[in-house]
Design a protein. Structure first.
Length: 750
C-alpha cells in the first residue's frame, strides 16, 4: 500500500542525517527480531555502528558534536545525540523509558503493514543517499578564496555583470541550496556585491522565512567579508537597517547589543566566538554589522578550512539559529535538532502553461462570458489578456454601463477567482482620496498599522499556499480622485519588479516606519506586489473625473469601451453549451504572469520582431515630438512584449496587434488645440489608413481645410474605409472631429 502522507513528510526537513539512520536501524532490528518492539540499546548500537563504519570507509558523514570521530563518542553523548531524532519522530515511533524499548506506534504499524515498512525503508535509504551525496559534492571553499583574492582589485572595474556578482548572487547560493539542511521550503539564500556600485562589505545571507525575508530586520545567518578582504566571518546576526531607521543609530546600537546579550544567554552558541572582536571596517556600515553580530566563526584569507569543516561550521551555526527561532520567536519548547515545519503546507513549483494551449483557454473564457449573457467586440478578450501579460496593470476606459467592471469580474471568475474565495476584490475609489493611506493603510494613534483594502489582498496573495493563485483587484472608477495622489506609491513599486529566486518581486510597499509592533512587522513587513496580483482600473471620462498623467499612461494599456452595439441579445444556444470553464480554475498564475521584465529577457529569441516593431515606433516618435508626446524605453519595451506574446500564442495578425498597441499606448498621450496637434493626427491617420483604404490624406491641404471627409466616414450609418489599422483610424477620426468642432481634442473626449 502507498505510504501515508504524514510519513512521506518526515524527512522533508533535516538538520542532519539522524532521522534516516534511526528509521533504518529500527526497521532492521524489528525485522531481525520479528517483534513489535525492540531494545533501545540495540537501536543505539546500530545507529552508532552506521556512522563509525562510514567514517572508516572514508565517506563523508555528519560529525558528532564536539568530536572528530564517531569512534570517540561516549554512551552518554550517544544518548544525547539520538534523543533528537527520537523526539522528532515521536508521531510515528515510541520510546518506553520503563523497559527501554522502542517500536512504531500501533496505529502506524496497522496502517503500514509489511509492504509499507519495506517502502519506508527504501524511502529512508534514498533520502540518506541523497543527503550524503549532497555533503560529498558540496564545495564552497574555492569561492570564498576567490572572493577574498579578487574583490579589492575588482572594485576598479564596473560592478555591473561582474563575475564576482555572479558568484555571490547565484553560484554560492545555488551551492548552499544543494545542502540538505538548507531547503528552499524554509530558507531564503541571497548574496550581494552592492547595487549600482561595489559594496564595502559584501555578504551572503541565509534567512529563515518564519523570522524574516529581508536582511534589514530580524535575525539570520550571514557570511560577512571584511572591507580589506583579510577575513570572512560566518555570523549569527541581526538586521540593522530597520532599527537604525526607526530608532536612530545611537538607540539602535543599544537595542542591538541588548538583544545580542539576551540571545547569547538563551542558546548555547557552541563552537562560536561570543565577543566583540569582529573587524569589518567599512566605516559606519562596518560598525553597524559589528554591533548587530551575536556570534561568529572567523576565517582568515589564505586559511579557509576544508569544505568538510565549512559544512560542519555551517551546520552548527544553523542549529543555533534554529534553536533561537523555535524557542523564542515561535514560542516552542522543543529542543530537538529536527523539528517539523510549523505549517503543513509545502510550496510547490507551478507548472508553466504551454503556448499552444493559450488560444483554447481564451476561447473557454469567452464562452463563459457569453453564457453569462455578455458580449464584447472581436479580439477584446485576447487584447485584455495580452495587456495583462505585458504588465499587471490595465486601464479600462469608456462611458458608463459598457461592461468594464463586468469584464474584469467575469474574466477572473472564469479562472476560478471570485469574491467568495478572496481572489477577486472590487475597490470603489472615493473622490476624497488624497494620499496612499486610503488605499494602503495608516498607523493609528495607538501605533498599530491599519491596513487598507489593497494591502489586505496583497497580504493574502503572498501567503505560500496562495502563491500559485491569480488575484484580481478592480479599482472601480479610479479617476474619481487624482490617481497620482493615492496611487503613486504603487506605481513606483511596480517599476521595481525584478527576478529573485525565479519569481518576480518588488520593493516594499509599506514603509517600516509604519510598523511599530512585532506583529505588524511580521504581517506587513517586506510586503511588495506579489507576482500573482493583477490590477485593473475602470474609468469614466466626463466632467466629474480627473485626467491621467503620462506617468500613469506609460505604465498601463488603456482599453477603450466607447463603441456599443445595443442590438446584442442573449444567445440561448451559448448558455446551453456543456463546455465547463471550471477546469480553468486549476490554472496557476503563470498563465498571466509576465515572462519578461526587460527587453534583454526577450531580445535574442525575438530579435527580428523587436527590431521591426521598434522601427515603426521610431517613425511615430518623430511625429509625436512636435507635441511633446513621444515615448521612451518603458513604452517601447511594453509594446514589444505585447507583440512577442501575440506572436508566441498566434492570437492575431501582426498588424492587428500593432493596431491595438497604437490605440492603447500612443493615442492616449495626444491632446491639445494647436495646429501641431492637428498635423500629428493627420500623419497618424495617413499611416493607420494605409495604401489600400481608398482614402487620400493630403496633409498640407487638410491643415488649412475641413477634414470632415476623413472623419465623417465613421459617422453612424456609414461604412468605414478598409484601413490597415482600423481601431486606431476610427479613434483618430473622432479626435480630428473634436479638434475641428471644439478647438481642442483628447483621446479621452472623443
Amino acid at each position: 500500500m502507498p505510504l501515508l502522507d504524514t510519513i512521506k513528510q518526515i524527512f522533508k526537513r533535516k538538520q542532519k542525517s539522524y532521522k534516516m539512520v534511526l528509521i533504518l536501524s529500527l526497521i532492521e532490528e524489528l525485522r531481525g527480531s520479528h517483534r513489535e518492539r525492540v531494545s533501545f540499546d540495540r537501536i543505539k548500537e546500530r545507529f552508532l555502528n552506521y556512522f563509525v563504519t562510514e567514517q572508516d570507509r572514508g565517506n563523508r558523514v555528519d560529525h558528532p558534536p564536539g568530536r572528530e570521530s564517531w569512534a570517540e563518542v561516549t554512551p552518554s553523548q550517544l544518548k544525547d545525540i539520538i534523543s533528537s531524532p527520537v523526539n522528532a519522530l515521536s508521531s510515528i515511533i515510541f520510546f518506553n523509558t520503563q523497559d527501554n524499548s522502542m517500536g512504531f506506534q500501533s496505529t502506524i504499524i496497522s496502517q503500514l503493514g509489511e509492504e509499507g515498512l519495506v517502502e519506508l525503508k527504501e524511502l529512508a535509504q534514498q533520502e540518506l543517499e541523497n543527503y550524503n551525496t549532497a555533503l560529498k559534492e558540496f564545495s564552497i571553499k574555492q569561492y570564498l578564496d576567490e572572493i577574498m583574492d579578487r574583490y579589492v582589485l575588482a572594485k576598479k572595474d564596473s560592478s555591473a555583470s561582474h563575475p564576482l556578482g555572479f558568484l555571490l548572487r547565484q553560484a554560492i547560493p545555488n551551492e548552499l541550496k544543494a545542502l540538505p539542511f538548507l531547503s528552499e521550503d524554509y530558507y531564503i539564500i541571497e548574496g550581494s556585491i552592492g547595487k549600482g556600485r561595489w559594496a564595502a562589505i559584501p555578504w551572503l545571507a541565509i534567512l529563515d522565512k518564519r523570522v524574516t525575508q529581508t536582511i534589514q530586520r530580524g535575525e539570520y545567518v550571514v557570511y560577512l567579508f571584511a572591507e580589506d578582504m583579510s577575513t570572512v566571518y560566518l555570523t549569527l546576526a541581526q538586521g540593522v537597517t530597520a532599527p537604525i531607521r526607526e530608532k536612530g543609530r545611537k538607540e539602535a546600537y543599544v537595542y542591538l547589543r541588548a538583544k545580542t546579550k539576551e540571545v547569547r544567554e538563551f542558546i548555547p552558541l557552541e563552537n562560536m566566538n561570543k565577543d566583540e572582536n569582529i573587524h569589518l571596517m567599512g566605516r559606519e556600515l562596518g560598525n553597524d554589522y559589528q554591533a548587530s553580530t551575536i556570534a561568529y566563526v572567523k576565517y582568515e584569507r589564505g586559511k579557509v578550512p576544508s569544505d568538510e569543516q565549512l559544512v560542519r561550521d555551517l551546520q552548527n551555526v544553523m542549529e543555533n539559529y534554529r534553536l533561537y527561532v523555535e524557542r523564542r520567536v515561535l514560542n516552542e519548547t522543543a529542543s530537538t535538532l529536527e523539528v517539523e515545519p510549523v505549517t503543513e503546507y509545502m510550496e510547490s513549483v507551478p507548472e508553466p502553461i504551454n503556448d499552444v494551449e493559450i488560444p483554447s483557454i481564451l476561447h473557454q473564457i469567452q464562452s463563459h462570458i457569453r453564457r453569462k449573457g455578455f458580449f464584447f467586440p472581436q479580439h477584446l478578450i485576447e487584447n485584455f489578456y495580452l495587456s495583462l501579460k505585458t504588465k499587471p496593470f490595465v486601464i479600462l476606459a469608456g462611458i458608463s454601463g459598457t461592461g468594464k467592471t463586468r469584464l474584469v469580474k467575469l474574466f477572473a471568475e472564469a479562472l476560478g477567482a471570485t469574491g467568495n474565495n478572496g481572489q477577486f476584490t472590487l475597490i470603489p475609489v472615493r473622490p476624497d482620496w488624497s494620499d496612499p493611506a486610503d488605499l494602503l493603510g495608516y498607523k493609528d494613534l495607538s501605533g498599530r498599522f491599519k491596513p487598507g483594502p489593497l494591502t489586505e489582498v496583497l497580504v493574502e496573495a503572498r501567503k505560500p499556499e496562495n502563491g500559485h493563485k491569480p488575484y484580481f483587484i478592480c479599482m472601480d472608477e479610479m479617476n474619481l480622485a487624482r490617481v497620482e495622489h493615492y496611487f503613486s506609491d504603487l506605481l513606483s513599486v511596480l517599476e521595481t519588479q525584478d527576478w529573485r529566486e525565479g519569481k518576480i518581486q518588488t520593493q516594499d510597499l509599506i514603509s517600516s516606519t509604519m510598523l511599530d509592533t512585532s506583529e505588524d512587522q511580521v504581517k506587513f513587513g517586506s510586503l511588495g506586489v506579489p507576482e500573482n496580483v493583477f490590477l485593473i482600473g475602470t474609468v469614466n471620462m466626463d466632467e466629474t473625473t480627473h485626467p491621467f498623467s503620462k506617468k500613469v499612461l506609460d505604465r498601463a494599456n488603456t482599453l477603450e469601451f466607447n463603441y456599443i452595439n445595443l442590438q446584442q441579445y442573449p444567445d440561448m444556444s451559448e448558455q446551453e453549451e456543456t463546455e465547463d470553464p471550471a477546469d480553468l480554475a486549476e490554472l496557476n498564475h503563470l498563465f498571466l504572469r509576465s515572462d519578461y521584465l526587460q527587453l534583454v529577457d526577450a531580445y535574442d529569441a525575438n530579435k527580428e520582431l523587436v527590431v521591426r516593431t521598434t522601427e515603426r515606433l521610431v517613425k511615430i516618435n518623430a511625429l509625436l515630438e512636435d507635441v511633446h508626446a513621444h515615448v521612451g524605453f518603458r513604452v517601447r519595451d511594453a509594446i514589444c512584449f505585447y507583440m512577442i506574446y501575440n506572436e508566441r500564442y498566434k492570437l492575431m495578425s501582426e498588424e492587428e496587434a500593432f493596431d491595438w498597441q497604437l490605440l492603447q499606448k500612443i493615442l492616449p498621450r495626444i491632446q491639445g488645440s494647436h495646429s501641431s496637434v492637428r498635423r500629428v493626427l493627420l500623419n497618424l491617420m495617413k499611416g493607420a489608413l494605409g495604401t489600400g483604404s481608398g482614402v487620400t490624406v493630403n496633409i498640407e491641404d487638410l491643415m488649412d481645410n475641413d477634414a470632415s471627409p476623413l472623419y465623417l466616414r465613421w459617422a453612424a450609418g456609414q461604412t468605414p474605409p478598409t484601413a490597415k489599422h482600423p481601431q486606431s483610424a476610427r479613434k483618430l477620426a473622432f479626435m480630428l472631429r473634436r479638434l475641428e468642432e471644439d478647438g481642442f481634442t483628447s483621446y479621452w473626449l472623443s
